[in-house]
Design a protein around this ligand. Structure first.
Ligand SMILES: Nc1ncnc2c1ncn2[C@@H]1O[C@H](COP(=O)(O)OP(=O)(O)OP(=O)(O)O)[C@@H](O)[C@H]1O
Ligand SMILES: [Mg+2]
Length: 337
């Protein structure tokens, strides 16, 4: 797959002299076209700062950003302006012009670029139709719901036919149903226009529903970089601290109290094998009894993710575990944090 953006050894600091603080510490990653990439981390980790370096709203102290094959960190202002048209941005809290109508807001990047009003408005109509905003074109932002404002912000980012859209906390102020609609919209745009997205979020739901891969930022460093399901396994195992969702943390001690700790395993199902009765088949083969202590299955962007905590009883536990390992994504003795 073609690479769309790459960060090489990015360092960013704020302040000077004694007040200088390193905010981004040697960030490296590469992203393929058409991906949805999540940047997650706690408040203050540097997520917004990182997002703003991708179109050089923040200038890094050192390191490179290569966008669509061009090193943009060394471009002059004129060339950078051209590149920026290919990178749409949706800021934290929408950032719409209060005194402009919806149609004027969405058309703004085109008009700024010298497109005639007639032509710009024609393009807005098409995008507004796609995003379900046609009936609100003459309203002002203050007359819109949060979800509608977010759609206007996304439409404005989409109007210049970008290859990449940067989203900063796109759903943090929305209710669960509106969040779902916005996430579905991002998936649709991603599919229909083959636009790559980089999404900053602190919501696990956003990561699960739309991200192909994830970077976890901690104090300005990438603490994890990889696929969404691998990230989630680490969160559940407690390998990624401070990020909630160690789902069983509260109920776990109670669940396992009366069992031999050596007989308790965490089994992860990923993709196709979430649909097959492999547990039952393997248990039958080795005459093992399985006691399911905890379980769930969730829909991620790239497939179904299942997580089980089981207690096993019988003679051939080791053989059972080894055989099951071939049919599930992973099986490991349960670690208690
Ligand atoms: N313009 C600035 N000048 C100085 N320090 C800044 C500036 N912008 C952000 N910071 C500091 O940089 C650090 C990272 O901020 P950033 O906004 O990137 O975090 P974040 O991960 O997006 O947090 P949140 O989840 O709260 O939005 C914070 O400690 C913040 O106080
Ligand atoms: Mg932020």
């Amino acid at each position: 797959m073609k690479e769309i953006i790459r960060a090489e050894d990015l360092v960013l600091s704020y302040g000077k002299g004694n007040n200088r603080r390193i905010i981004l510490d040697h960030i490296n990653f590469s992203l393929s076209e058409g991906q949805i990439f999540g940047i997650v981390g706690l408040s203050g980790a540097g997520k917004t700062s990182l997002l703003r370096t991708f179109n050089l709203l923040n200038t890094p102290d050192s390191g490179k950003i290569v966008f669509d094959g061009i090193e943009i960190t060394s471009l002059d202002d004129v060339k950078l302006r051209e590149i920026r048209k290919k990178i749409g941005v949706v800021f934290q809290n929408f950032n719409l012009f209060r005194s402009k109508t919806v149609i004027e807001n969405i058309a703004f990047p085109l008009i700024l670029d010298g497109t005639s009003k007639k032509e710009a408005f024609k393009k807005v109509s098409a995008i507004a139709e796609e995003l379900g905003l046609s009936h609100r074109l003459n309203a002002y932002p203050s007359q819109l719901s949060g979800g509608e404002q977010q759609r206007v912000a996304i439409a404005r980012a989409l109007i210049t036919d970008p290859k990449l859209i940067l989203l900063d906390e796109p759903t943090s102020s929305l209710d669960p149903l509106t969040t779902k609609k916005i996430l579905n919209l991002v998936l649709e745009i991603n599919e229909r226009h083959n636009v790559t997205f980089i999404v900053v979020t602190h919501e696990m739901e956003v990561v699960k529903r739309i991200c192909d891969s994830v970077a976890f930022l901690k104090f300005g460093k990438i603490d994890f970089l990889g696929s969404t399901h691998e990230f989630f396994i680490k969160v559940e195992n407690g390998d990624i601290e401070d990020f909630g969702e160690k789902i069983e943390e509260e109920i776990l001690p109670e669940l396992i109290a009366e069992f031999d700790k050596n007989h308790i395993f965490r089994v992860i199902f990923w993709g196709e094998n979430t649909k097959k009765p492999v547990l039952w088949e393997t248990a039958k083969k080795f005459d093992i009894k399985i006691n399911i202590l905890y379980g769930k299955i969730e829909k991620f962007k790239l497939g179904n993710y299942g997580s089980l905590i089981i207690e096993v009883e019988g003679k051939g536990i080791e053989e059972f575990v080894e055989e099951l390992r071939n049919s599930v994504y992973s099986i490991e003795p349960l670690r208690i944090f």
